[in-house]
Design a protein around this ligand. Structure first.
Ligand code: F6P
Length: 365
């Protein structure tokens, strides 16, 4: 940042959407305007908009009323990579090109001081690559998966976990009426945060997470133990990335694009029915967890992240990611933030608390 007031900063939202993205855009636009008299240029559809120069000046009116809205007014994509950008030729053939220089030219053409990238690990890794090429960048962590290393929590996670809890509550009543084993599959990629949080809050009897490959024998023993104690139903919450010991995660059949996790819920339900003769059903929550109005926690966290990102830019502290540590908003170098993913520690306090109230993780712990 040079001079007294900052002139213009770009923003894009990349990767899978999550509740709170609009709250963060609003915070960046208002925080910049009210605090520093700065303007914000929004790129549509993540890095795709940066490559194609699909951008606009986000006026204050455009962010009015968007705080409670799910999704992102900028749009997003979890496929487009400027360093390997998909280009469809006139003959319909697809080829891949490095369009990063073009993207940088667009940043220069808009005379931007730098770029705020709101994203998960994929988008933040791209942001880091641009920073290595000299683009001043600030990262803001978002994802329902809560799997980013440098922040205690990402916005979007609280709302997704609340959606999972609400679904588990609903599944509970029908499980009880029909005396069934009900399996609820939640998202989270290779981390079990939504399963653990939603599963504990919803009183799941068995929680299966990718960090602890499970044994079917232990799962069915837990169900039998409940039956012996007169509990005629069981709730099993399974993270999409969970898998049995010696097995592999389940992937959906995809027509196009990258491999997607999914299908472990129905597989677990089938196995339980086979092994216990107890009627079982599976519900896959899917993208419901990404939608809807953000919780108050996510609205506030997104707002605080947005305001901090603007402050960092104004203070010329680029190439950092804002984060929450010990309840305080702070920042870390972007490079450090993308150095790995945050997964559940099976020895950690939250798992211990779940075990203490009789929750099974499908393992003899
Ligand atoms: O990263 C967020 C997430 O919702 C994951 O939990 C899930 O595995 C993935 O995105 C689904 O992606 P898509 O929207 O491409 O189906």
């Amino acid at each position: 940042m040079r001079g007294m007031a900052m002139s213009k900063i770009g923003i894009l939202t990349g990767g899978g959407d999550c509740p709170g993205l609009n709250a963060v855009i609003r915070a960046v636009v208002k925080g910049s305007l009210y605090g520093y008299g700065g303007k914000i240029i929004g790129f549509n559809n993540g890095f795709k908009g940066l490559v194609e120069n699909d951008a606009w000046l986000i006026h204050e009116e455009a962010v009015s009323g968007i705080l409670p809205r799910g999704g992102t007014i900028l749009g997003t994509t979890n496929r487009d990579n400027p360093f390997r950008f998909e280009i469809k030729g006139e003959d319909g053939r697809v080829r891949y090109e490095d369009c990063s220089r073009e993207a940088i030219r667009h940043i220069e053409r808009w005379k931007l001081e730098g770029l705020i990238v709101v994203g998960g690990d994929g988008s933040l890794a791209l942001a880091h690559r641009f920073s290595m090429m000299g683009v001043p960048v600030i990262g803001i962590p978002k994802t329902i998966d809560n799997d980013l290393l440098a922040t205690e929590v990402t916005f979007g996670f609280d709302t997704a976990a609340a959606t999972a809890t609400d679904a588990i509550d609903k599944i509970h009543t029908t499980a009880e009426s029909h005396h069934r084993a009900m399996v609820v599959e939640v998202m989270g990629r290779n981390a079990g945060w939504i399963a653990l949080q939603g599963g504990m809050a919803g009183g799941g009897d068995i929680i299966l997470i990718p960090e602890l490959p499970f044994c079917y024998e232990v799962v069915t023993a837990a169900i039998r133990r409940r039956r012996d104690r007169g509990k005629k139903f069981s709730i099993i919450v399974v993270a999409e990335g969970a898998y049995p010991e010696g097995g592999k995660p389940c992937y959906q059949e995809v027509i196009s694009g990258a491999r997607r996790l999914g299908g472990i819920g129905p597989a677990v339900a089938r196995e339980i029915e086979l092994r216990t003769a107890m009627e079982s059903r599976a519900t896959v929550l899917g993208h419901l967890q990404r939608g809807g109005t953000p919780s108050s926690f996510d609205r506030v966290l997104a707002t605080r992240f947005g305001v901090e990102a603007v402050k960092l830019a104004h203070n010329n502290r680029w190439n950092r990611m804002v984060c929450l540590q010990a309840g305080e908003i702070t920042s870390v170098p972007l490079k450090k933030a993308i150095a790995g993913t945050k997964r559940i520690n099976p020895e950690g306090r939250q798992v211990k608390a779940a075990l203490a109230v009789g929750t099974s993780f499908g393992q003899n712990l």
